[in-house]
Design a binder for this molecule. Structure first.
Ligand SMILES: Cc1cc2nc3c(=O)[nH]c(=O)nc-3n(C[C@H](O)[C@H](O)[C@H](O)COP(=O)(O)OP(=O)(O)OC[C@H]3O[C@@H](n4cnc5c(N)ncnc54)[C@H](O)[C@@H]3O)c2cc1C
Length: 477
């Protein structure tokens, strides 16, 4: 019954499309550029009714004619892979595939590469800049495969060691006010000495992802959100197609980009309804993979407060782990990391999960809306007051210097609560071996939070290596 309903709705949509001169499946080929038109056929025998419904609405709103060309003369004859997400897992995966002569396109909904290894820059009136790593603070290395990647990045000058002084604040009645040298933050598994194991990107955390792109030259489509997928079984050429639209324009019609031999997704959100929009994976016809991703526990949330002070914050530590505090979990002096701008003392404060959940209250506000900016204003105030009281009252330090800038950012999905893999399973793959999922939500970190970057990078690497393996066994193009 659902299948008939799907076909009935499809024919209704076609009729509407015809009357409004928007092209759709079954209409004259000339309205569509080759690949895009070929990708809009839907075979009722091979697709579930639910996928048909989603695909039909996706494809029928996809803009005619304007499908961007993806085949350049150099890419002709190469295998093509679409990577959804330009964080560390996506860029490591794209880099590995490009090295092996694949034609890779990375679709990234954000303004640039990095994902949660992110860096914000603000220009000051005096011409200097302040920068903040408002996602991952540093990462550790435990696996030899990641070690060799990190060594390469160190040689390229995009990664260095953070030699800052780490401290912890127990914040209970007996020990309040006594900073203690931090051992628990240090990684359990290290390459040489414990102290050498905190790595950061240079000059920002996102430098690693940018470096991978500039070394290998894979194509990146920034500010481009993937909203759906069309399975090769519904494509005349037997290839994957992606529906994409500008991420800042949620009301825009999606455009189809076609001709991919494989797809790699790197974010759990493609399997989830976010801001009321359907999960992009619903339309892909990869039900097993979709179910697995949807079985993940909800990710933990955090707020990050970026603060630049006119002078140095009067405490002797560069990074603090704050225990049992209602608002703050971590504080890092960004300006103590290598190759950072030093014009102001720049700090990144991370909230606790409880503080974030109590403010988000089960409903993510959409960035750019008044509701969202009001929320961030309240967070700036709340987190700053908490830091001020921690430094001045709990630690008994001198008053904080005046601030130059205070900006808050919400991470709706900061960390996976529990990655899906068991450690041995480093990525997920659909039965057809053409659709992959990788990232920190698959591979558990070895060293707690500071091992997430490593887990994500290894997950992307392993997915790429499986694609290489599978295509070596497949007949040549
Ligand atoms: C506040 C904070 C502090 C952290 N601290 C540490 C730390 O100290 N050490 C550590 O190791 N780890 C830390 N982490 C975790 C670490 O940053 C992540 O585990 C790692 O960066 C994840 O990389 P990824 O490639 O799996 O995912 P991401 O970096 O999230 O990349 C996924 C990308 O996909 C994009 N995307 C999603 N959906 C779509 C779509 N539909 N279309 C197009 N693009 C899409 C996203 O914009 C994103 O860029 C921290 C994270 C946060 C938020």
């Amino acid at each position: 019954a659902l299948r008939f309903l799907a076909l009935y709705m499809l024919s209704r949509v076609q009729r509407i499309c015809k009357s409004t001169s928007v092209s759709c499946a079954g209409f004259p080929r000339g309205l569509w550029s080759g690949h895009a038109f070929a990708s809009v056929r839907i075979s009722p025998r091979t697709r579930s009714a639910r996928q048909e419904l989603h695909s039909a609405s996706l494809l029928c709103t996809a803009k005619a004619i304007s499908t961007p060309p993806i085949a350049s003369p150099e890419s002709m004859g190469k295998r093509r892979v679409a990577v959804v997400g330009g964080g560390i897992s996506g860029t490591v995966c794209a880099s590995e595939l490009t090295k092996h002569d694949f034609d890779v396109v990375v679709f990234e909904s954000g303004n640039g590469l990095g994902g949660r290894m992110s860096t914000r820059r603000y220009d000051r009136e005096d011409g200097t800049q302040v920068t903040f790593d408002h996602g991952a603070q540093f990462f550790s290395v435990s696996d030899p495969r990641f070690d060799s990647l990190v060594q390469e990045w160190e040689r390229a000058g995009v990664v260095g060691r953070w030699e800052g002084r780490f401290g912890s604040i127990p914040n209970d009645d007996n020990t309040r006010g006594h900073l203690q040298p931090e051992d628990t933050l240090r990684t359990a598994v290290t390459l040489d000495s414990e102290h050498d194991s905190r790595y950061v990107g240079m000059p920002g955390m996102n430098s690693v992802c940018k470096h991978l792109q500039s070394m290998q030259g894979f194509e990146v489509r920034k500010r481009t959100k993937v909203t759906g997928f069309t399975n090769p079984s519904a494509d005349a050429d037997g290839k994957w197609s992606l529906a994409v639209k500008p991420s800042k324009d949620p009301g825009a019609d999606p455009v189809m980009v076609s001709g991919f031999d494989a797809v790699v997704v790197t974010d759990l959100s493609v399997a989830q309804v976010v801001y009321g929009e359907p999960a992009p994976l619903e339309s892909a016809g990869v039900d097993g993979l979709l179910k697995r991703m949807q079985s993940a526990a909800p990710r933990e949330a955090r707020f990050a407060l970026m603060v630049a002070f006119e002078g140095p914050v009067p405490i002797e530590f560069d990074a603090l782990q704050i225990h049992n505090h209602p608002v703050l979990e971590k504080a890092s002096r960004n300006s103590s990391k290598p190759m950072r701008s030093t014009g102001a003392d720049q700090w990144v404060l991370l909230s606790t999960q409880d503080y974030a959940m109590n403010r988000i209250r089960g409903r993510l506000s959409r960035p750019g809306t008044t509701v969202h900016s009001d929320l961030l204003d309240r967070v700036v105030e709340g987190m700053y007051e908490a830091f001020e009281s921690l430094v001045e009252e709990d630690l008994g330090a001198h008053p904080l210097p005046p601030t130059v800038l205070k900006v808050a950012h919400r991470w709706g999905g900061a960390f996976p609560a529990e990655p899906l893999g068991d450690g041995a399973e480093e990525f997920l793959v659909d039965g057809s071996s053409t659709f992959y999922a990788c990232g920190d939500f698959v591979k558990p970190p070895v060293n707690g939070v500071q091992g997430f970057v490593e887990g994500a990078a290894l997950s992307g690497l392993a997915a790429a290596q499986r694609i290489l393996q599978v295509t070596q066994q497949a007949p040549a193009l």
